[in-house]
Design a protein around this ligand. Structure first.
Ligand code: ATP
Length: 219
């Protein structure tokens, strides 16, 4: 029987954008995953929760993935009382999926800081890491040997591994970030190339990201 093979994509999704959707879609297809779970993080209180709540970030993720059945939005981190570490989410997921291949998906920018993540070695004991190219960033030359030793290019094998491998994969580059989307919205600039139209409708009707402060103008 084929091992269950699941992708997990954690992020602030503030807001979710086409780069997130592209990476989730392409990794799902490339690795033949059963599905990818998008897991909005709980933000520390000082980080914009005031203007955009976790529930609203969750709703935007649900709206963006409505027609994409292989992308599942998971509110497990938002249901906790405090911001949690990735390792805790993975440990919980491993408990409920003891035999699955769990593939935690990150962008290359996140790999740069991976060594500083809380219990990063344990993360690799719980899951594989799937690293997507981003902004032309190359594999960091400073990556420590114990991470280099885990690198694989073999996409067909990743679902046979429950954990421990690091796969770097090319996806169609999409130079978009949530920071840029928020900035453009504040400037009343066009964002239709960055986020789905239905997410824009939600942002507009809930007056998020400064859209309540002036006539909606160009956006
Ligand atoms: P912000 O600009 O607010 O920091 P972000 O656009 O980086 O947000 P996150 O929700 O923090 O989005 O990202 C979640 C994960 O998705 C991270 O691992 C990040 O590296 C990755 N990611 C986000 N956008 C892209 C993209 N355009 N291409 C590849 N990876 C991406």
């Amino acid at each position: 029987m084929k091992r269950q093979c699941i992708g997990l994509l954690g992020g602030t999704f503030n807001p979710i954008h086409n780069g997130h959707l592209q990476m989730a879609n392409e990794v799902c297809q490339q690795l033949n995953l059963d599905h990818v779970r998008l897991i909005p993080n709980r933000l520390p209180p000082h980080k914009s929760e005031v203007e955009v709540s976790g529930i609203q970030r969750l709703q935007m993720a649900r709206i963006a993935t409505k027609a994409l059945p292989h992308l599942v939005v998971d509110d497990c981190e938002l249901n906790r009382h405090q911001p949690s570490y990735t390792v805790d989410t993975l440990a919980e997921f491993r408990d409920s999926h003891p035999n699955a291949s769990i593939n935690f998906i990150i962008g290359m920018d996140s790999l740069m800081s991976f060594e500083r993540w809380h219990q990063h070695r344990r993360i690799l004991a719980l899951a594989n890491l799937v690293v997507c190219q981003r902004q032309g960033l190359a594999l960091p030359t400073s990556l420590p040997q114990h991470l280099l030793d885990r690198l694989t290019e073999d996409k067909s094998q990743i679902c046979h591994r429950a954990n421990g491998a690091i796969l770097v994969t090319q996806i169609t580059p999409m130079a978009v970030s949530s920071t840029e989307v928020r900035q453009r919205l504040l400037n009343k600039e066009e964002v239709s190339d960055c986020i789905p139209a239905a997410v824009m409708d939600f942002i507009r009707s809930n007056r998020l990201y400064g859209l309540g402060e002036a006539p909606t103008g160009k956006v």
